[in-house]
Ligand binder design. Sequence first.
Ligand SMILES: Cc1ncc(COP(=O)(O)O)c(C=O)c1O
Length: 425
Amino acid sequence: MTTTTNPAATAAEQALAAKGGKPVRTAPWPARNLFTAAERDAAVALFDKVIASGSVIGYNGEEEEAYLREFCDFMGGGFADGVNSGSSAVYVALRALDLEPFTEVIVPPVSDPGGVMPVALLNMIPVPADVAPGTYNSGPAQIEARITPRTSAILVAHIAGLPADMEAIMAIGKRHKLPVIEDCAQSHGASLKGKLVGSFGDIAAFSTMSGKHHASGPQGGIVYTRREDLVFPIRRASDRGKPFGLPPGSQNSIASLNLNSNDLAATIGRVQLRKLPGIVAARQKTADALARACESLKAVRLNTGIPGANGAHWFLLLKLDLPKFRVDKAAIAAALQAEGIPVGGGYWHSPATSEWAVKKRVFGTSGYPWNSPLYKGDPNATWELPNAKAADDTHITLAFHERVGEQEVADTVAALAKVEKAYLK
Ligand SMILES: Cc1ncc(COP(=O)(O)O)c(C=O)c1O
């Protein structure tokens, strides 16, 4: 960090909470209150029902069927299967497509590890494509640049709830005859040009753990598709290969795990689904207000995604025009934190640099799938991700949910203005 001799800047710097000044905000961000008496009552009612009947709470029952039907209503059609996590949903989506081992799956360059590890666990090679410039999502040109004769699928995540460029990505998938999987863990209800994410690709994976827009309890997930031919393969992949949709007398047809959801989770999920449109709308309203308010600033903008995007905003991405500042990103983030604004330094979870992938720790010490003689690519390939790196070098994250509102927008902008005043050149 450089210092300045400008007295006004020095006074502004001294006013920062990080330098002993009064913070903009001392109250924590509002509580989310995701679960209420409504979820509790639904769960108790299910217990009351089974206690009265002497039966058990099971899975694939009425509640789960209703939850999945209602989820499809939310998505405007299609088919859904309930699973026990978002990671499981990605695993099931890949397994249902029956991709060959030792092929390459193009994966997001930045994503939760649970959105990428299933690729390697199914003995396929994760190949990160770079992001479209200025975004955190794989770009169409960047995906196409990674396609080889060994590529078997394209996996795209909508990071922070901002949609990837799905129309162009689907065109690439079509041109190369590759299925496209959408990871919607962070993007329930996000849309691109009016079309919901998850409804573009061949198959989509949702996480419904309790940090997501809607939850089916503490952990959960949904596999979603519009392709009727994938309905039974998905169900087989999520339940030990049970012969769903196969002729009577068929046996378990593939090896897979028991990744099922259950009727208790679905009961909670049904209540949550009724809240989901309001949750997404509230997030969009507040994010829009923050985006507008940031226009009064000189060097900070809210990243609202590509043209046509209506994000679901799982967390917010604030873009810093760093050349205008005389301090680095870490100093800006630290100053904002001291002002009481819950920002983070960025969102770098990359399969290109994660230990499990770099050290090839998937199947003991074998180095498989990369080191298998059946893999015909370069097992030691490394992946340059200049756009993703540039994006993460210039963004900070802001904690967000649907109860973050006007006051938090005002405080965030006040804190940003204060930091600009102290730290702009
Ligand atoms: C993009 C993405 N994919 C997959 C996952 C994994 O979901 P889960 O934690 O439900 O397994 C997450 C979790 O946050 C995620 O953000």
